[in-house]
Design a protein around this ligand. Structure first.
Ligand code: BGC
Length: 379
């Protein structure tokens, strides 16, 4: 069975995405000729490598993506009065991204989220990863996909300006098996969405779980938290975790718990019931797999709405619990606890240790595919 056919209802969507990508791989026109696409120099890494920043826009929304970490640097969208602001946490310059920060906007991999104790066995071989989030391995290790330079190919996709970023992760990088060729395509679509499409192939079986780690605050560049944002998750189950945030293996109903977001509910409404250190939401929700948006966020103050659609079986809803004021971001705003929220579409955390979770191992001859769309509007 194909490891990534993660739900019968999603197959037609995946197929459509695949056909669309096939339709758009023809060599694109020169950058200057592509409407809504431009490129600027974003600076250099400490090793002197050049980082480029691509701007994709459709006249209403503007997204900037850097080749460092295939990072979404900004997402500018209008509110209900047409006032445009940046709803993604991050920094004004490359320097911030090169420093310590909790994956603002980054592409995370080879395996997003945690692998228990940084160890796994695959096809009889044992592998050890960096324990960069003791006692576990987190988001690909010490130098995950968020800390490498990606090659960029801007082009005009069928549905808007796009940039494809590619990276080859060598066999053994961060302890993972197999040479992995990864592609991530960012498109700003005509219907005001940021579409992110991933593909990957390998020459040896490897765990894989790619995601985007954007933190959203629909209030824009503000001092206010996201606790008043109303969230809907089309997820009647979640994967409970132990106190190191590793799933216990159980798949439990959200009904009757503070994790029930099946109806629009303010993030802060029951967050005090999510006790422990640091408290808050940091859980994988098992998506029901119904057509349409799997997650919707509405900011009552500005009217901005974010709808997430995905081919993935799960989403990590993270309420920015570890933001502790140590990062000063765009417009000098200090990012404190709950300043932003993440909706990381993904396979379930630590899948490699849980045979009852959807399989997240990619084998030679297979193609990993995932598509996640973040659509913006206001009401
Ligand atoms: C994890 C959090 C972690 C955050 C930043 C999220 O995906 O679930 O536990 O703190 O990423 O690393």
């Amino acid at each position: 069975m194909n490891a990534f056919a993660s739900g019968a209802g999603r197959a037609p969507v995946a197929l459509l995405g695949c056909l669309l990508s096939l339709a758009i791989v023809a060599p694109g026109p020169a950058l200057g000729d592509v409407k809504g696409l431009s490129k600027m120099d974003f600076g250099k890494t400490k090793d002197g490598e050049t980082v480029d920043l691509y701007t994709l826009q459709n006249g209403r929304i503007t997204v900037k993506v850097a080749t460092y970490g295939a990072t979404v640097v900004s997402i500018e969208v209008p509110d209900r009065d047409g006032k445009v602001d940046d709803v993604a946490l991050g920094f004004d310059s490359l320097e911030g991204y090169l420093g310590e920060h909790p994956y603002f906007g980054a592409t995370v991999g080879r395996v997003a989220n945690r692998i228990a104790k940084g160890k796994f066995t695959l096809d009889g071989e044992e592998y050890s990863l960096a324990i960069n989030n003791p006692p576990n391995s987190l988001h690909g290790g010490r130098k995950g996909f968020n800390r490498v330079i990606w090659k960029a190919r801007p082009f005009q996709a069928a549905d808007g300006p796009a940039v494809e970023m590619t990276y080859t992760s060598p066999h053994g990088e961060e302890g993972y098996p197999g040479k992995l060729d990864v592609s991530v395509t960012f498109t700003v679509t005509a219907d005001d969405a940021l579409k992110i499409e991933y593909t990957a192939t390998t020459d040896k079986a490897t765990p894989i779980n790619l995601s985007n780690h954007s933190y959203f605050n629909l209030g824009g560049r503000t001092d206010a938290s996201i606790l008043d944002h109303e969230l809907t998750l089309v997820a009647s189950r979640y994967t409970p975790v132990d106190d190191t945030l590793i799933p216990t293996g159980e798949i439990a109903p959200v009904a009757g718990t503070p994790l029930d977001f099946t109806r629009p509910t303010a993030v802060g409404a029951r967050i005090d019931k999510m006790t422990g250190d640091p408290g808050g939401y940091d859980h994988n929700f098992v998506l029901d797999g119904r057509p349409g948006a799997s997650a919707t966020v509405h900011d009552p103050k500005t009217g901005r709405v974010l709808e997430m659609t995905t081919t993935e079986p799960g989403v990590q809803f993270y309420s920015g619990n570890f933001l502790d004021g140590s990062n000063v971001g765009k417009a000098g705003v200090t990012y404190k606890k709950h300043h932003g929220l993440c909706l990381e579409a993904q396979h379930f955390p630590d899948s490699i240790h849980h045979p009852n979770f959807p399989n997240a191992v990619l084998r030679p001859g297979e193609t990993y595919r995932q598509t996640t769309v973040y659509k913006f509007s206001a009401r």
